[in-house]
Ligand binder design. Structure first.
Ligand SMILES: Cc1ncc(C[n+]2csc(CCOP(=O)(O)OP(=O)(O)O)c2C)c(N)n1
Ligand SMILES: [Mg+2]
Length: 340
């Protein structure tokens, strides 16, 4: 089937060839669906899409370290790859982008605000850093219920670490030694604010020292390294040793969202320079060079991902919008309707 291995000298943290190919599948699907979001927006078919190009490696690696059916994921809005990696389908993603009635929120939420009990995925707050408090709350519940072997994975950007709520959450998690992993996807920008205008330190993982918990730094363009770092932190949390702050340094190649134009605050030269480290072609090359994938396999995989994405787009687009009469459904519990 696959050509015999030529080079095997890399740290794979126990990942099988199949799992490595699975990570590439997640990365390719993430990129395809994020681009699809931009295309649909420019075609006037959807109002909004976000952009996670540059975050594929950290998310595919982190998703592989998440144990479905056991762990809890409390992500943020830029985590499409994490969602796909833990089992969300392209069709569910497209239903959310098209805001159709069959979407998790009934077509009433911002894109990517899924909630899935089955996948252990909390819905997110659009309020920056609010999810870290939610995650720490979930970890506190796990500890109080003595549910050993479970952990919470929460993610956030560099900008989120200057929010007061983030500091309160990390402090509380550290004091109570909670089973939570705090994964920072440092893409160097918080919309138009560069990291240097956000904080006076270069390394976010070092903030962990201020709370008495370990911090770890990982190359966010290397999915295998990200898997290794997040897995170690998750295992630590699951075995009752407390929280870890992991910083994955990556980059945001596109504008913040379809509503943003990054040409107003950063040069094309900067973006072109960072593109040289694009994690997707880099991981493709890595798998080819290590004979984990042949060129023909790669072509097949790309074609399969595109076909899956196209099928999901077509099926979701055909679905109906929510009914106007559903507007207030699931907003308030019970029969109390404040507008009456
Ligand atoms: C409390 C709060 N302030 C401001 C915003 C507007 N806002 C949305 S995304 C964002 C940037 C966040 O940057 P970062 O945490 O680095 O994450 P990234 O988007 O770069 O992945 C801001 C300021 C918000 N949603 N919530
Ligand atoms: Mg950022």
């Amino acid at each position: 089937m696959y050509a015999p291995r030529v080079v095997t000298h890399f740290e794979r943290f126990g990942l099988s060839d199949e799992q490595l190919r699975g990570m590439l599948h997640t990365m390719l699907m993430q990129r395809t669906l994020e681009n699809r979001g931009f295309q649909l927006n420019r075609q006037g078919k959807i109002p909004f899409a976000s952009a996670s190009e540059g975050h594929e490696a950290v998310q595919a690696g982190a998703a592989m370290a998440f144990e479905r059916g056991r762990d809890i994921l409390v992500p943020y809005y830029r985590d499409l790859g994490l969602d796909l990696g833990i089992g969300l389908t392209p069709y569910e993603v497209l239903l959310s982008l098209f805001a159709r009635a069959a979407d998790h929120s009934g077509g009433r939420q911002f894109p990517h605000h899924y909630a899935s009990k089955k996948l252990g995925r909390f819905t997110i707050s659009s309020i920056i850093a609010a999810q870290t408090a939610h995650a720490v709350g979930a970890a506190y519940a796990i500890k109080l219920r003595e549910e050993r072997g479970r952990a919470v994975l929460t993610t956030f950007g560099d900008g989120a670490t200057s929010e007061g709520e983030w500091h309160e959450a990390v402090n509380f998690a550290a004091i109570h030694k909670l089973p939570v992993v705090l994964l920072c996807e440092n893409n160097e920008w918080a919309i138009s604010t560069p990291q240097s205008k956000q904080m006076a330190v270069r390394d976010i993982y070092k903030k962990a020292a201020g709370y008495g918990i370990p911090g770890a730094l990982v190359d966010g363009f290397d999915p295998i390294a990200c898997y290794g770092a997040v897995r170690a932190a998750m295992q630590r949390a699951r075995s009752g040793d407390g929280p870890t702050l992991v910083e994955a340094k990556c980059y945001r190649f596109l504008s913040h969202t379809t509503d943003d134009d990054d040409r107003t605050y950063r040069t094309r030269e900067e973006v072109e320079e960072r593109r040289k480290d694009d994690p997707v072609p880099k991981f493709e090359r890595f798998l080819l060079e290590n004979a984990i994938l042949s060129s023909a396999d790669l072509e097949d995989l790309r074609a399969q991902v595109l076909a899956e994405a196209n099928d999901a787009t077509d099926r979701a687009e055909l679905m109906p919008y929510p009914l106007p009469s559903d507007l207030y459904a699931q907003v308030h519990a019970g029969p109390w309707e404040p507008w009456q």
